[in-house]
Design a protein around this ligand. Structure first.
Ligand SMILES: NC(=O)c1ccc[n+]([C@@H]2O[C@H](COP(=O)([O-])OP(=O)(O)OC[C@H]3O[C@@H](n4cnc5c(N)ncnc54)[C@H](O)[C@@H]3O)[C@@H](O)[C@H]2O)c1
Ligand SMILES: [Zn+2]
Length: 361
C-alpha cells in the first residue's frame, strides 16, 4: 500500500497501513539516519520487523526497547528506561523515536521523546483500536500520577502516525471493546452515521479489515477538532465526552474497569445528564446504549462505589476552576462542552450507573 493520508486536517500524515515496516521506513528514510524503536512487549516481534526493515534501508535502528504492557507502565520508570536506551546509543537530536504499541505505549514513548534533549522527533505506530482511533492522534503525551491519570505530560506532535492494520489480528478482545467505546464517543461528538455502522461491526478480530474505515472516521473526528484547537483552549474539550465520569470510575475501581468500559459507563451518564439540559432524546440515548451493549461494553456496574468515584472526580474539579464541567450530547453528532452540572445531578447520574437502564435511561 502506498502512503496515503487517511485523515486530513493535521500538520502530519495519519495513515492506515497494511505493511507498516515498509510505510514507516518510507516516511523516515531520507529525514533521519538513526531510529530508536520503543515497543509494548506484546508487539515486540512486530517492532523487531519494523527495526529490521529500517536498518536494511539505511536507517540504523539498533535493538528494540520493550516496555511491559499495561496501564501500570505509564510511569517514570518507563520514561527512564526509554531515556536509558537513547543515552546508551548516544542518540542525537536528528534521530527519531518510533513508538509501536497501544495508547499506553505511544503516550509514554511520545513523552520520553519530548523530554530527551529537549525534544526528539517521534513517529507513532498504533497497534490497538484505541491507539488508531484516538490516542496516537493529536499530540497529547503523558504518564500517570498516583493522584490522577495523565497528570504529567506535554503536547508533542508525532511526525507521522502509521496505524499497523496487521497488528489488529492479535489484539485482545477487551481492547476491541475499548476501541468501540472511543469510536462511539467520536460518533456522538461529530459523526452521526458512524454510530450505526459501529453497530454492524464484527465483534472479534476475525474481520479486522472492516474496522479500518471506521477507525479512520473516528480519527478524522478527532483530527478535525484538534486542528481547530490543538492546545485545548476551547472545543478540544468535546473529546472528553464520557471521560469526566469515566476517568473517575477507572481510578475508583483501581483500574479493574478498563478505559473503554469506563468511557461506556461515562457515555451513559452524559446522556442521562444531557436530557434535562440539552433535551437529548431517549431515542438517541438508546441508539448509543444498543451499540455499546452489542459489543459487550457495560452500561451499568453494581460494583461502582459512588463515594469513591465522586472523590476521584474532585481531581478533575481542582484541575479546572472549582466546578465540574461536562460535555453533553445535544444529539448524536453534536455536543456542548464546558457545561456546569450541579453536584446533586452528578451524584444521581453515578448512582444510576449501578443499575440497568430503567425506562431506557
Ligand atoms: N493521548 C491521547 O490523546 C489518548 C487518547 C485516548 C487514550 N489514551 C491512553 O491510551 C491508553 C489506552 O490505550 P489502549 O486501549 O491501546 O491500551 P494499551 O496500550 O494498554 O493496550 C491494551 C493491551 O493490548 C496489548 N497490545 C497492544 N497492541 C497489541 C497487539 N497488536 N496485539 C496484542 N496485544 C496488544 C497491550 O500490551 C495491552 O495489554 C490509556 O493509557 C489512555 O489514557 C491516550
Ligand atoms: Zn479515552
Amino acid at each position: 500500500m502506498s502512503v496515503m493520508r487517511a485523515v486530513e486536517g493535521l500538520p502530519y500524515p495519519v495513515v492506515f497501513s497494511d505493511d507498516a515496516p515498509v510505510d514507516v521506513t518510507r516516511l523516515i528514510a531520507g529525514c533521519a539516519s538513526n531510529a530508536v524503536v520503543v515497543a509494548d512487549e506484546a508487539v515486540a516481534a512486530r517492532a523487531n520487523e519494523i527495526a529490521a526493515h529500517l536498518s536494511e534501508r539505511g536507517v540504523e535502528a539498533g535493538p528494540v526497547a520493550a516496555i511491559a504492557g499495561g496501564e501500570e507502565s505509564k510511569r517514570w520508570e518507563s520514561v527512564a528506561a526509554i531515556h536509558d536506551a537513547l543515552a546508551r546509543r548516544y542518540a542525537e537530536r536528528s534521530w527519531i523515536v518510533v513508538a509501536v504499541g497501544g495508547g499506553m505505549l505511544t503516550d509514554v514513548a511520545g513523552f520520553a521523546a519530548a523530554t530527551y534533549m529537549r525534544g526528539l522527533r517521534w513517529l507513532a505506530v498504533p497497534t490497538t483500536p484505541v491507539g488508531m482511533a484516538d490516542a496516537a492522534v493529536g499530540g497529547k503525551t503523558a504518564i500517570n500520577h498516583a493522584l490522577g491519570k495523565n497528570l504529567i505530560g506535554v503536547y508533542w506532535d508525532p511526525v507521522a502516525v502509521v496505524a499497523d492494520v496487521a497488528a489488529l489480528a492479535t489484539v485482545p478482545r477487551r481492547s476491541f471493546a475499548d476501541g468501540i467505546a472511543e469510536m462511539a464517543k467520536a460518533a456522538i461528538v461529530g459523526d452521526n452515521s458512524l454510530l450505526d455502522e459501529l453497530g454492524t461491526l464484527p465483534r472479534l478480530p476475525d474481520d479486522a479489515a472492516r474496522w479500518v474505515p471506521l477507525l479512520a472516521r473516528a480519527a478524522a473526528v478527532k483530527a478535525h477538532i484538534v486542528a481547530t484547537d490543538p492546545r485545548e483552549q476551547g472545543r478540544r474539550a468535546e473529546l472528553n465526552l464520557g471521560h469526566t465520569v469515566g476517568h473517575a470510575l477507572e481510578k475508583a475501581s483501581a483500574y479493574r474497569v478498563s478505559h473503554g468500559e469506563a468511557v461506556a459507563l461515562g457515555l451513559r451518564a452524559a446522556g442521562t445528564l444531557a436530557h434535562t439540559v440539552t433535551g437529548f432524546s431517549l431515542e438517541e440515548h438508546r441508539r448509543i446504549l444498543a451499540v455499546l451493549e452489542r459489543h459487550g461494553l457495560p452500561v451499568y456496574d453494581p460494583a461502582i462505589d459512588v463515594e469513591t468515584c465522586l472523590a476521584a472526580m474532585q481531581v478533575d474539579k481542582k484541575r479546572r476552576d472549582g466546578s465540574l464541567r461536562f460535555v453533553l450530547p445535544i444529539r448524536v453528532g453534536e455536543v456542548v462542552w464546558g457545561h456546569e452540572v450541579s453536584p446533586e445531578a452528578v451524584r444521581g447520574a453515578v448512582q444510576m450507573l449501578r443499575r440497568p437502564p430503567a425506562d431506557g435511561w
